[in-house]
Write a protein that binds this ligand. Structure first.
Ligand code: ZN
Length: 490
């Protein structure tokens, strides 16, 4: 839970009583926030907050664009609570107001007297969800967005294509979903056990569902950043259209985790036609300026053997297959730039030369991010060593349930980049394992999202590292209540 930039606690309280509590809002957005707050109070405490006037209201929602972008101020005295902010700022202030609205007594709901000023430290604050490995239903995605929004994060990075499944409808290429969204079974237990569950798994989002999700997120000031993986992690696409691979197949949607050798052929122009067609259908669905194109874990085995790929290397005078990958990403970047969009890629896109305007997502530790920053590129830090919240928090044998105490971000905040902030010490610094290797010993995904202290929140203190005091320690049921109150409203 990110702590606010400044918090000033005072002695005293404000009590909102039964049906006499009133609110006032001075704009359409402010009115929307007031209604969300009223629904929250009703769902959690049975308190009916009614519309009132500037004079008789105890809770005032004030649209005020003088505050910093995404910033807000919440002032609670013993007479009223005043929330000031604009657009996202007002929404984030509402989240904080809800967080302090938790103490129900016989007299009513008791709020502490406090002044909170807040604004985010980083412009891009996001969480990724990988539905390529496991399809998750629309209701679940919305719940996930609720949690993201309640934590004041503003990007939902939606990993939509993988070796194990293609999850988004592309009208020009129907086999991506009829074939690519289904696999016959799934790796069970840890990868090394080489066991399978024997159960088919599949699913995809129609373009109508995607539009609905993007709009749902936008209402909560969350931008959806889609990820379409290339040139690696492409087995599901190749199973659908084998002519796009170097060997021509046949391929099968992968049933196993890991890095796969079958990748898009970089020497075949049909590959680029296909990817451009896919992106042409993707762009109208996602207003996000940034489109994530993957770029990670692309073994060069097939390219080394492929006459078409080798001919491309020769024709362009490239040094090796790494430069071929760089050409691949650069060509896609050019296409997307021409449509007014920018690319994000995993840090492997540094290899063989970085595409001119690319933003690097540094996942293999921090080195890639530092190098990209040195080359004056924008960077999003997502080091797996600290921020892969689906990793085990203990040895796999410990059956350690994932929860909020991700030891490695605590460790990360102790480094020079982010001053030490956490009092909580966790001795467990065992190396990381991919959670995707062992879903059978993890609680089901929906539980992980709504369980006490939701996983995306575990990185919160890292994202606002120098802030410690104040509201960081909240009742653990908070996230559940948010989700429940939203559910009630739907
Ligand atoms: Zn090839």
């Amino acid at each position: 839970m990110p702590a606010p930039a400044s918090i000033e606690e005072k002695t005293g309280t404000l009590t909102l009583q039964g049906t006499s509590a009133r609110y006032f809002a001075n704009s359409e957005t402010a009115e929307r926030m007031a209604k969300l707050y009223a629904a929250y109070l009703d769902a959690n405490f049975g308190l009916k907050l009614q519309k009132g006037t500037m004079q008789d209201a105890q809770v005032i929602f004030s649209d005020d664009d003088h505050l910093p972008k995404e910033g807000y101020q919440l002032t609670i005295t013993n007479r009223k609570a005043v929330l000031q902010g604009h657009e996202a700022g007002l929404f984030y202030g509402l989240q904080t107001l809800q967080q302090v609205s938790r103490n129900k007594t016989k007299l009513g709901l008791v709020l502490p007297m406090v002044t909170i000023k807040d604004e985010p430290r980083f412009g891009y604050r996001g969480v990724m969800l990988d539905v390529g490995r496991y399809y998750l239903p629309v209701t679940y995605i919305k719940q996930y967005i609720d949690v993201i929004a309640s934590l004041k994060l503003n990007r939902f990075h939606w990993h939509l294509t993988e070796d194990q499944g293609w999850r988004i409808e592309i009208k020009k290429y129907p086999r991506l979903t009829t074939v690519g969204s289904q696999r016959k079974e799934t790796n069970k237990g840890h990868l090394s056990e080489n066991k399978f569950d024997g159960k088919p798994h599949g699913g995809f989002y129609t373009q109508e569902e995607v539009k609905d999700i993007v709009a749902y997120a936008a209402e909560r000031f969350v931008t959806v950043v889609p990820e379409i993986e290339m040139p690696g992690h492409a087995t599901a696409a190749l199973a659908s259209y084998p002519q796009l691979g170097c060997t021509g197949g046949p391929y099968e949607v992968s049933t196993k985790w890991g890095v796969h050798k079958e990748v898009f052929c970089a020497g075949n122009d049909e590959t680029f036609t296909f990817l451009e067609d896919v992106l042409t259908e993707i762009l109208p669905l996602f207003p996000s300026q940034y489109i994530h194109i993957g770029g990670d874990e692309c073994p060069k085995d097939r390219w080394k053997q492929c006459p078409k790929c080798q001919a491309r290397i020769k024709a362009l005078g490239l040094k090796d297959e790494h430069e071929l990958q760089s050409y691949f990403i650069g060509r896609i970047e050019k296409f997307l730039n021409a449509k007014g969009r920018k690319i994000i890629g995993w840090d492997e896109i540094l290899e063989g030369g970085l595409a001119p305007d690319a933003t690097v997502m540094s996942w293999r530790g921090e080195a890639g991010g530092k190098e990209a920053a040195r080359q004056r590129h924008d960077v999003i830090m997502t080091p797996n060593t600290y921020l892969y919240l689906d990793y085990y928090q203990g040895a796999p044998s410990s059956n350690h349930s994932p929860s909020a105490d991700t030891c490695r971000w605590t460790k990360y905040t102790n480094t020079n980049h982010c001053p030490k902030t956490s009092r909580r010490k966790n001795k467990n610094t065992s190396s990381a394992y991919r959670a995707t290797c062992g879903p059978s010993i993890f609680p089901p995904a929906p539980f992980r999202i709504t369980s006490p202290s939701p996983r995306p929140g575990a990185g919160g203190n890292h994202m606002e590292p120098e802030r410690e005091k104040g509201l960081r320690r909240l009742p653990q049921a908070y996230a559940r209540r948010i989700v429940r109150s939203r559910k009630t409203r739907r």
